[in-house]
Design a protein around this ligand. Structure first.
Ligand code: B1M
Length: 225
């Protein structure tokens, strides 16, 4: 039963059990479950529980680290399946992605990277704890269409604004769209800092990235030569 499998996946994250998490992922794929179903309704659901228990003082830092390890182990199985979906499509655009300075949370950002790749985007992943000015410097080098920033802490959310200012200073804002996300980030915050798009989750991030590319293409087509 898929629901039993999804509950077991959720449990494997709460328990911080990497072997169980990867075994369940392999089993689910062999039974025909879509990788994104396993991620969203199994493993990520477990991560939300972990976050809540941590906030209530029922889980501690080592527990969260074990949960992250279990998530990584499941993603190692699911990632190649998701990436296969993107290999036969025309390139949708170039995205530069990273988690802002001071923030080492990488799971959500990596999931967004995988989903964008699966949707045909060329993704340059700068990793975590990325200095503000590095986004602009790399965006120039790789001719990024979109700069995507993830932030999981209320403190590091502020860095998203700083990166936009840095892109402005580098004169890149007219051609580079900015997409933001992460657990504490909201649509309102995105508007407040002048980002072009906000994704509540990885699936939404892909939809927003596509729509940013469409708007750009429409603007380019309408622009006087
Ligand atoms: Co941290 N942590 N953590 N943590 N951690 C949170 C974020 C927290 C909410 C837990 C809590 O208190 N309930 C809390 C933040 C409070 C706040 O500021 N509001 C917190 C804290 C306090 C901390 C430390 C300060 C703890 C300490 O040291 N005392 C510390 C900070 C370290 C640092 O960064 N400097 C810390 C450390 C860690 C670990 C290292 C142990 C580990 C991360 C391991 C790793 O990534 N390699 C960790 C974890 C695992 C979490 C929770 C439990 C889970 C995060 C996660 O991976 N979620 C988290 C609780 C929570 O978020 N509910 C918590 C699963 C992931 C798929 O979801 O990242 O939200 P998420 O990404 C989603 C969306 O947000 C969106 O799509 C993704 C997929 O659907 N999205 C985007 C993300 N980026 C996007 C970008 C986009 C678009 C959408 O466009 C570009």
């Amino acid at each position: 039963m898929p629901n039993d499998t999804l509950s077991a996946m959720r449990r494997s994250i709460i328990d911080g059990a990497p072997d169980t998490a990867s075994t369940l992922a392999r089993q689910a794929l062999s039974e025909g479950m879509a990788p994104i179903e396993a991620i969203n309704n199994g493993y990520v659901a477990g991560m939300h529980d972990v976050g809540e228990q941590f906030a209530r003082g029922q889980m501690f830092l080592p527990d969260m680290m074990a949960s992250a390890e279990a998530m990584r182990s499941a993603m190692a199985v699911l990632d190649p399946e998701l990436r296969k979906l993107g290999t036969e499509r025309p390139m949708a655009g170039v995205v530069l992605l990273g988690t802002t300075k001071g923030d080492i949370h990488e799971i959500g950002k990596s999931l967004v990277a995988i989903m964008l790749t699966a949707a045909g985007f060329k993704v340059y992943d700068l990793g975590v704890d990325v200095p503000y000015d590095k986004f602009a410097a790399r965006a120039k080098e790789v001719s990024a269409d979109i700069v995507g920033m993830s932030a999981l802490l209320t403190t590091t959310m502020q860095g998203q604004r700083k990166v936009i200012e840095s892109l402005d200073r580098a004169g890149l804002r007219p051609q580079v769209k900015v997409l933001v996300g992460g657990a504490p980030v909201t649509r309102q915050w995105a508007q407040q800092i002048g980002a072009d798009g906000y994704g509540a989750n990885a699936v939404e991030a892909v939809a927003v990235a596509k729509s940013l590319m469409e708007h750009r293409a429409a603007a380019d087509a309408g622009a006087p030569s």
